[in-house]
Ligand binder design. Structure first.
Ligand code: UD1
Ligand code: UDP
Length: 373
């Protein structure tokens, strides 16, 4: 058994790390292809270092570009490597252009594809990620669904049930494996001069929120209203896409917004854990906030991760300030009256990578009854 592991962006490196480590632990032959869709040190190499991952065996160096350019270049550069390495299976994680191109390159060569985080749907086809998810799922032989919702979605789309394995999300492995070490090593709160539960944390990078100046300004107006009411510092580790757009649109930011470059995973876990509220349009952060017991206000009109809403940890507000204020009011007054947030965990028990490798290596048969989550 030889596994080809494909990564390309920050969240893929973080969520694939447990799988890479488990392959190494079990002595399973594997190789890593990094598309380099993300390449800035703070979006890429910092995670290899912090998560103690080996350097990728192949780096495609594709960088940024139009969807066609990025996807096409990955496809072109991936095929000769797969032809040479001849893996039995290729694993991809998530919904980026790297995932689509990696799955397509393997599928065309009749190499099995395993899609980790299969079955997520926002039902918003204007998101490039939605196209990537759907196409990747339909090219995959192993669909590693997070929970029963995703299993049902995949089955409804006609995918055979013996291909669908409900295992949880490797986000839980990464988080549980690094929580303690981050608590012991990170000095981010002191570095930023903020105290536990005395700041809000923001991230935003969706094209729909940041690529249109009016939408980005609407987001900033939402933060203004929140600050006017609560006077909290808002810490914002800014995604390079958003940083580039702020510059392009010549937008100046108020001083209560503490803008910092993207930070490493260990620091970011601590920032999340100690934030009073998280406002984000990230997929992974919606999951992590729920696991960490921190209320999440999602700056989108839809989500492919409804589970955290179902358990009460998350609310969708889009860019609507009134909705964001209502959600903040609800959570902050609950907190003030002594409530602690301990929501049901819909994302796995921290052993998801082990299950995935058990399934791949044992070819475990699957039915709904045998699903793990
Ligand atoms: C990509 C994924 C998105 C994922 C996100 C995780 C797609 C279509 N989008 O979005 O699903 O949620 O990664 O963060 O695959 N840039 C840098 N340095 C980098 C990377 C990007 O400066 O290392 C800047 C460039 O200006 C680039 C822009 O960010 O043009 C966007 O990068 P890109 O990889 O195209 O998309 P993301 O917004 O990062
Ligand atoms: N993250 C990080 N540093 C940051 C912001 C995010 O380490 O400054 C981590 C976060 O903990 C999560 C992942 O990056 O695991 C989410 O990545 P992102 O929001 O870029 O992508 P998405 O999940 O939306 O695809």
């Amino acid at each position: 058994m030889k596994i080809g592991i494909i990564v390309g962006t920050r969240p893929e490196i973080i969520k694939m790390a447990p799988v890479i480590r488990e392959c190494k632990k079990r002595g399973i032959a594997h190789f890593i292809i990094h598309s380099n869709q993300h390449y800035s040190q703070e979006m890429d190499s910092i995670f290899f270092k912090e998560l103690e991952l080996p350097a990728p065996d192949y780096n495609l160096g594709v960088g940024s570009g139009l969807h066609s350019n990025q996807t096409g270049n990955i496809l072109i550069k991936m095929e000769p490597i797969l032809l040479q390495e001849k893996p039995d299976i290729v694993l991809v994680q998530g919904d980026t252009n790297t995932v689509l191109a990696g799955a397509l390159a393997a599928s065309k060569l009749d190499i099995k594809v395993g899609h980790i985080e299969a079955g997520l749907r926002s039902y918003d086809r204007s998101m490039p990620e939605e196209t990537n998810r759907i196409l990747t799922d339909h090219m995959s032989e192993y669909l590693f669904a997070v929970g029963p919702n995703q299993h049902a979605i995949l089955a409804k789309e006609g995918l055979e049930s013996d291909k669908i394995f409900t295992v949880g999300n490797t986000v839980s492995d990464s988080l549980f494996q690094h929580l303690e070490i981050s608590a012991n090593t990170s000095t981010i709160l002191a570095d930023l001069g903020v105290s536990s539960k005395a700041f809000f944390l923001v991230t935003a990078h969706r094209a729909s929120n940041v690529d249109v100046s009016a939408n980005l300004l609407e987001l900033l107006a939402l933060f203004d209203k929140l600050h006017a009411k609560y006077s909290q510092t808002i810490v914002w580790p800014i995604h390079p896409r958003t940083q580039a757009k702020l510059k392009e649109f010549d937008i100046e930011l108020p001083s209560y917004l503490k803008l910092i470059p993207p930070i490493g995973y260990l620091d970011f876990i601590q920032l999340q854990k100690h934030a009073q509220l998280i406002l984000t349009d990230s997929g992974g952060i919606q999951e992590e906030a729920c696991l960490l017991g921190v209320p999440c206000i999602t700056l989108r009109d839809n989500t492919e991760r409804p589970e955290s809403i179902e358990v009460g940890a998350n609310v969708l507000v889009g860019r609507n300030a009134d909705k964001a204020l209502a959600a903040a009011d609800k959570w902050l007054s609950a907190e003030a009256s002594g409530e602690s947030f301990n929501w049901k965990n819909p994302f796995g028990d921290g052993h998801v990578a082990e299950l995935i490798l058990d399934i791949i290596t044992n070819n475990t048969p699957n039915t709904l009854d045998q699903d793990i989550v």
